[in-house]
Design a binder for this molecule. Sequence first.
Ligand code: ATP
Ligand code: MG
Length: 304
Amino acid sequence: MTTTHLELTGVDIEFPTPSGPFKALDNVNLKIKKGEYISLIGHSGCGKSTVLNIVAGLYQATKGGVLLDGKEVNEPGPERAVVFQNHSLLPWLTAYENVELAVNQVFKGKKSKAEMKAWIEHNLELVHMTHAMHKRPDEISGGMKQRVGIARALAMEPKVLLMDEPFGALDALTRAHLQDSLMEIQNELNNTVIMITHDVDEAVLLSDRIVMMTNGPEATVGEILEIDLPRPRNRIELADDPQYNHYRAAVLSFLYEKQRKPEEGGAAKPAKEKKLAQDVQDTPEIAAVSAEETTESADKVKAA
Ligand SMILES: Nc1ncnc2c1ncn2[C@@H]1O[C@H](COP(=O)(O)OP(=O)(O)OP(=O)(O)O)[C@@H](O)[C@H]1O
Ligand SMILES: [Mg+2]
């Protein structure tokens, strides 16, 4: 539990652009332990997806690199499963068949047909999708599709689960349900997770540590906040917890005081930024990051 499992060391990346190389990341360093739940948070366009894509092996760092259990990562692999924001399911396959595809890829020749079936069903059960496992994506809701995407990733038994804004496209209530499911699953499986989010409450509720990134270009890790809240975590109880609200305020302070969004950000995505701006409005203690409670933010968490 205490040794480094995943390590990013001195990661730089430069993208070629028509106006010359664009250095998106500069000297990103991060050590993650087995079973840790890490959230990456930062303003739109700072480089969060780029970090995740480098860990996934989809992008190659220009300098530095990634080690997983001491082995260099330089291509995608099933030990690093990715869940994207827009549930990338194959539309002509049922939920079961979508998971089966990934399971075949990883376990062919290692599990019998009956074992494979049981394993697929088990993973769909973990995300509460047993009742709809023979439905196609166009027959189920967005939240259910995202559940299937998570089941598919979990079914590959990855060493690391990488999630790029997995609940970003969902309404608040569905998102809250999925967060709770994910916490339950995490309690059982103890996966190593890196999750990108724009939602401060989501980050505090789910994470062991929140990695806050500076604005780009040449973005890097700004601060790392350890979330020392006992598990299992209950969103209703935490809404009135001073420590929870202190963590929440610390993240908002980083984003809105220390890393103010540059006035004109080409890559800015208004909806996401609006969500963060709302969070700041809901957090009056942001100016003096103290352990004071905020009833407004508490109400917001309760309502989610
Ligand atoms: N393939 C690429 N070629 C050129 N530039 C890129 C490429 N991928 C990302 N970038 C640039 O790198 C920076 C970081 O992008 P990235 O997608 O990682 O940001 P992000 O933090 O995930 O943003 P968001 O929150 O909006 O998803 C941006 O300025 C982006 O334009
Ligand atoms: Mg992104």
